[in-house]
Design a protein around this ligand. Structure first.
Ligand SMILES: N[C@@H](CCC(=O)N[C@@H](CS)C(=O)NCC(=O)O)C(=O)O
Length: 212
């Protein structure tokens, strides 16, 4: 049974991504949670396929993920989450229509694009791909953000509501994989409970782990 809002004869949604990219994972996870048909096209990053004129015509920053939903082309993982929820959320739970509730989800999309990127994501980029960032600064920044989130989640099931929203999906991937960047999660019990609740959702799919 696939998503009731997805046109019956339409081709599967195309997701251009990378297996170890948390930005790609958050989109892959949302596609799965919404039970949408999709095919993933692995971008040949080693050969800089994401910097070719063809790819740059679709994504001016030459990054993954990129989504192509039968000709509707979108880049930026958080923007893609908003599109998917707005178009295919049969229950209207992932992105509330109420402006205040929607703004509260947006707060966490900004946390995902800012502090979570600069902390756990960058620490992992250094460890896995030798990215040219300061690892100590990224690990310290990760702990600052994770401690705030752990405290915030002490009396909450999810970031914005009793049910998961896009806020949780945007923040999940790089926090779940923070240990791969040398960021120890053991002190953050609320955060670990929150990760487990996301992992227990029907149709949850994990991101590939690495040996680091
Ligand atoms: N704000 C972007 C960030 C995406 C991003 O940083 N993607 C990385 C992989 S995780 C990438 O494509 N890096 C290659 C590059 O920037 O050239 C999003 O949310 O989609």
């Amino acid at each position: 049974m696939t998503n009731a809002l997805f046109p019956a004869n339409a081709a599967p949604i195309k997701l251009y991504g990378l297996a170890l990219s948390g930005h790609t994972h958050r989109v892959r996870l949302m596609l799965s949670l919404l039970d949408l048909p999709y095919e993933e096209i692995v971008v040949d990053a080693a050969n800089r396929a994401h910097k070719t004129p063809d790819y740059l015509a679709k994504h001016p920053f030459g990054q993954v993920p990129l989504l192509d939903d039968n000709g509707t082309v979108l880049w930026d993982s958080n923007a893609i989450l908003i599109y998917l929820a707005g178009t295919y959320d049969t229950e209207n739970i992932w992105l509330p229509k109420d402006p205040l509730a929607a703004a509260k989800v947006q707060q966490w999309l900004s946390v995902a694009a800012g502090p979570i990127f600069n902390g756990p994501c960058v620490a992992r980029l250094v460890k896995l791909f030798n990215a040219p960032y300061d690892p100590d600064k990224a690990i310290e920044s990760a702990h600052t953000t994770l401690a705030i989130m752990d405290d915030y989640l002490q009396d909450k099931a999810f970031l914005c509501a009793e049910r998961p929203t896009l806020a949780d999906i945007a923040c999940y991937s790089y926090i779940a994989h923070a240990p791969e960047g040398g960021v120890d999660l053991s002190a953050y019990s609320s955060l670990k409970n929150w990760l487990a609740k996301i992992e227990a959702l029907p149709r949850f799919i994990p991101m590939q782990s690495t040996k680091v």
